[in-house]
Design a protein around this ligand. Structure first.
Ligand SMILES: [Zn+2]
Ligand SMILES: [Zn+2]
Length: 233
């Protein structure tokens, strides 16, 4: 009996949906993380210390917070703490020996404002990604997960590479490769049909399922913006 991880059925349910299942699950988990930190953990010393150290979240995750309009109180409390930290750092007197040193090893005034921790949401995102990658790579040979993958659009390229690297043995590695290659083949054929029908000489030929193939190709190659458009702070 295989020991299935908790997210096994998340993958089974999400794979048949549009887009890369790992992107979808990582975005969902990150949204939940932000939500819970604004509701449940906003007053814990750990959250305050982490937000002070990281100087808030990265710009992408900060922008996501705006979506949680009902939790403006949490945003206000945490950001008052971050500003308190910046004001504390601004009040530290510059030693005379360092007077005039405006750049260098982090001892400068600018250096004091630098983050010493990463964006909490980016860290949560990477933890979630790691779990989903491991679960998919480790259990792909199980009928339920394999069938779900077959119904999917395939994984985005960055996640597919991670999953391949995480495959515990050659049979699982090769199964993943074979199934993803099928997805690439199918999509390439659709894109070619799309391009053909789009051509002026073939005007009038009705578009079929390939009509949105260009949109699917964008996410299959590049992944979701919420997952790969961040990671700067
Ligand atoms: Zn992905
Ligand atoms: Zn972030």
């Amino acid at each position: 009996m295989t020991n299935r991880p908790l997210n096994f059925y998340d993958l089974v349910e999400t794979l048949p949906e549009p887009g890369c299942a790992i992107c979808t699950l990582v975005e969902r988990d990150t949204a939940r993380f932000l939500d819970s930190h604004l509701y449940e953990y906003v007053n814990t010393p750990e959250t305050h210390a982490a937000m002070r150290a990281s100087r808030g979240l990265c710009a992408t995750h900060s922008a996501q917070l705006v979506d949680y309009g009902a939790q403006v109180l949490g945003i206000a409390i945490l950001h008052a703490a971050i500003l308190d930290e910046l004001l504390k750092q601004a009040a530290v007197p510059r030693s005379s020996s360092r007077l005039g040193r405006l750049r260098g090893n982090g001892e400068t005034v600018a250096g004091r404002f630098e983050a010493s921790g990463r964006c909490m949401a980016c860290e949560a995102m990477e933890r979630a990604e790691h779990q989903h990658v491991r679960a998919l790579a480790g259990h792909i040979h199980e009928a339920k997960l394999k069938a779900a993958f077959e119904q999917s659009e395939g994984l985005c390229l960055p996640h597919f590479r991670l999953v391949l690297e995480a495959a515990p043995d050659a049979p699982r590695h090769d199964l993943l490769l074979q199934m993803q290659v099928e997805k690439w083949r199918g999509l390439k054929a659709e894109l070619e049909t799309f391009a053909e029908k789009y051509d002026i000489n073939h005007a009038g030929r009705a578009m079929g399922a390939e009509a949105d193939s260009w949109r699917r190709a964008l996410r299959l190659v590049s992944g979701a913006a919420g997952v790969f458009g961040v990671r700067r702070k």
